[in-house]
Design a protein around this ligand. Sequence first.
Ligand SMILES: [Fe+2]
Length: 261
Amino acid sequence: MIHQNTLKNQKTLARTLIFKPHPNNMVLSSSPTSVDEGIHHRSAKADSASVVDLAEFIHSLPPILRRLKESARESLHARATQDGLRGTADDPVGELFGRIDLGLGEWRKYAHFDPSRNYTRNLVATDDETFTLLLLCWNPGRESPIHDHPCDGCWVRVCDGKIQETRYEVNEKTDKLDIISDEIFEDDAPTFINNTLGYHKVGNPSVSKPAVTLHLYCPPIRKCKIWLDPNDASHPSNAYMCNYSEYGIKSTRVMFEVHVI
Ligand SMILES: [Fe+2]
């Protein structure tokens, strides 16, 4: 049903667009996009015995991922099994991710909003080997570009507000990205995507309320493909990602760099 991505050969870099931080970026908004204003915050899941806090999750995850990687290296069958389980209820990574306490106290220190951006990337944790955990803060009515996930997968949970996800697949006959699903998520159940399931864009459908999401990438990714024009599937751009804040502290690096190919 969903075919493999078969993008045509990419041309060499034709031009480079660099999005530098807006001068106002260094000042967090006190506008409606402040995390403290008017949004209801999730509490720990009902089964408190199964809940893990962020610190526990960050400590527990790498050994699981290393075991999975070792097992996949030793056995093609194990690798196929892992691929099949990823994103299902029996996926050990998603299962642990789904048990993180999303109470405000867990993630508030990471929730920086840059009012000049569609969404703000905040690094919560990474080991630069097996995983990266990001908190994304979405301004009302704003969305990401369509993008891929050059890793084993991306797991997402909604911490606050609502998120709209639109998924695409490449139509090889028309060279367009066709929409294959369009959903709004407002509970905190994990969702999953990787390149075998399609590409997606994510946005905040509310015109007035901010949204906050927790994203787990395994292994970490430094860049991805983005599509500025869904009618031109064979000419994506490369996006190199930097974070607005790291471990709760604002970064002064260039935020986002796009090479149009
Ligand atoms: Fe994504």
